[in-house]
Design a protein around this ligand. Sequence first.
Ligand code: FAD
Length: 294
Amino acid sequence: MKIAEKLKNKKVTLSLEIFPPKKQDAFESVKNTAIELTSLKPDFISITYGAGGSTQSNTSDLAQIIENSGTTALAHLTCVRANLEQLKSAIKSFKDKGIQNILALRGDFPKDAKEGENIFPSGMNHADALVRILKDEGFCVGGACYPESHPESVNRDNDIELLKRKVDAGVDFLTTQMFFDNDMLYSFLYRCQSAGIHVPVLAGIMPITNANQVARMVDLSNAYIPRKLLAICDRFKTSPEAMYQAGIAYATDQIIDLISNGIRGIHIYTMNKPEIAKAIIRNVDSIIAATNGE
Ligand code: FAD
């Protein structure tokens, strides 16, 4: 099913994200994770796309497994180190495997890039070009957005202007980068509305269940870490079980506040840990059901 249809029909959706294995011998284990996640009955599961190497076909393989188990899949696709032919072949493979939803991404500059390397041999150095190709192929297309601005952005206004360009290329919905302060999202949504961006925006929630995660997450996303979350990490960094419980509670609290304030899509970055998604869903399933009038 196309995700745009689900977003139209429900007041609140809940979706989950997994990443494919880097090494082929771990495929079976990630496949089992994906199947376990489908048992939580999310509205869809998204599968990230590696910027190089063997994980690329794993994205479409996992998406197909998820679809075959009766759960909608959202496959990610990036333009990094792929020429037009390779992108077209990846798109064909998604189509052949029955995937209807793709998150169109430019991708990050690889850390091992050599000076002068052409990272985007297709000529598509921004996601909007990929969005157009995918729309022409009949896919339901998502795009990424950044409540605290993309790290390469000149400024917040320019970031929103360029996001509008991507949405106008045909994006059906947006998924946000992780954020830990809901006010960052509310302020971003206000700026989106003012700029004429009216597609659904799904809020990306990253549960912090291990204090060491925080530095990595800031490095990855530039996200602001509120004092409350810093205090949790500081207080419980040496008690893994307490940190785990506090991290689940923090993510739960974020989600309840988002739903209370009318946010219609919650997307949980599961880090391939079904037990984390399970614990959070247990905390919010009645809230989501009640909001959806179930
Ligand atoms: P774009 O939309 O192209 O934006 C990149 C930068 O260029 C921004 O600064 C933007 O303001 C600017 N820009 C946009 N359009 C234009 C234009 N037309 N002209 C000039 N400037 C422009 N990475 C992976 O490798 N695999 C994944 O599976 C993956 N999944 C992700 C899922 C989500 C929800 C998010 C938020 C990110 C994900 N990423 C993934 C990371 C993503 O690839 C990086 O953040 C990347 O740097 C930007 O990708 P984008 O699609 O947002 O790029």
